[in-house]
Design a protein around this ligand. Structure first.
Ligand code: SF4
Length: 313
């Protein structure tokens, strides 16, 4: 549920600008409940060895938003958030560095939207205190509780992380926390991960997600929904994929035309066409998946809207 606390202070509407590296719409099951938009804020204090955003963190993004302009750009998905109990997830980079921006945004967005954050917690406690009032759920990438491992991987100590985590627990926010513990190839072992898990459980936290960094740090998360086809890919990949798909279709037509005159040719043709179709499906898999998921979401929302309408009539 959305925090009521963050709605109370509507007078606090100062404008801050934040450097935003990407906005991914209509995401399901990857960043929290319902249909969500992932807003990635640029900037991070850590230097993780396997960071997928190194270039972006160094160069910065050309896109700057105020809380007001971000809200305006996200309103397009208002009906999706309301129908699915979804909302906005702030990721990064390290979004907690922009605590005032997030707090300001959270206070002005509709109360039906939930606001989540994906953070390392390795920021000054002042940021945590600001965010504690406005965040509906925290995804905390703890990395490893062994400070030597943490330091080797990030270039920083984890003492601030552990103190901020305890701070959130002391504020009674344990039920709003999911702790993510990664296997980091070459840095921690399954035994280290188990030790981190045991420590987190000893703090009274139950919602723990253990995963493997190689899978989770794919810089191109899957697309979700029709309106954002190809949204996360650079233009040249989009062009390459489209041209390849067109060439595959033309190629299969030519092969059919050449071989169809004999029975053996027809069998060969059928096999080749199957392979080519399979190739096209694999090539466009994200987009087909996105299309299907997008249609499912639309169907659910259409039904909800119909139900609401029928109730009124
Ligand atoms: S916390 Fe995330 S954004 Fe920051 S350096 Fe590590 S992987 Fe990169």
């Amino acid at each position: 549920m959305a925090s009521n606390e963050r709605r109370l202070d509507n007078e606090h509407k100062m404008s801050y600008s934040a450097n935003i590296s990407s906005i991914s719409r209509l995401r399901l099951e990857t960043d929290g409940d319902g249909v969500r938009t992932l807003v990635c804020l640029n900037g991070c204090p850590l230097k993780c060895k396997m960071c997928p955003n190194k270039d972006l963190l160094e160069k910065g993004s050309p896109f700057w938003y105020t809380p007001e302009s971000l809200l305006e750009s996200l309103k397009i998905d208002d009906v999706y958030y309301r129908a699915s109990y979804g909302g906005i997830t702030f990721g990064g980079g390290e979004p907690a560095l922009e605590s005032e921006f997030i707090a300001s945004f959270s206070r002005m967005c509709p109360k039906e939207w939930t606001v989540y954050i994906e953070t390392s917690l390795n920021v000054d406690q002042d940021h945590i205190d600001v965010l504690a009032h406005v965040i509906d759920h925290w995804y905390i990438d703890i990395k490893d509780i062994n400070d030597k491992i943490y330091h080797k991987y990030t270039g920083h100590s984890n003492s601030q992380v552990l103190s901020n985590l305890q701070r959130l627990i002391d504020r009674g926010l344990a039920s709003k926390i999911t702790v993510r513990i990664p296997h980091i190839p070459g840095y921690n072992t399954p035994e280290d991960v188990k030790k981190s898990e045991d420590f987190i459980r000893s703090l009274g936290l139950e919602d723990i997600d253990i995963f493997h960094y190689q899978e989770q740090h794919d810089s191109d998360p899957p697309l979700m929904g029709v309106p954002v086809f190809y949204e996360n890919y650079p233009w040249w990949i989009r062009v390459l994929r489209t041209v390849t798909a067109i060439l595959a279709v033309i190629g299969s037509g030519l092969i059919c035309f050449t071989l169809i005159s004999s029975t053996v040719g027809a069998i060969i043709t059928a096999s080749l066409v199957s392979i080519i179709v399979l190739f096209i499906v694999i090539l466009l898999w994200d987009d087909i998946g996105g299309f299907i998921r997008g249609r499912s979401v639309n169907k659910v929302i259409d039904k909800l809207e119909d139900d609401e309408w029928n109730k009124k009539v």
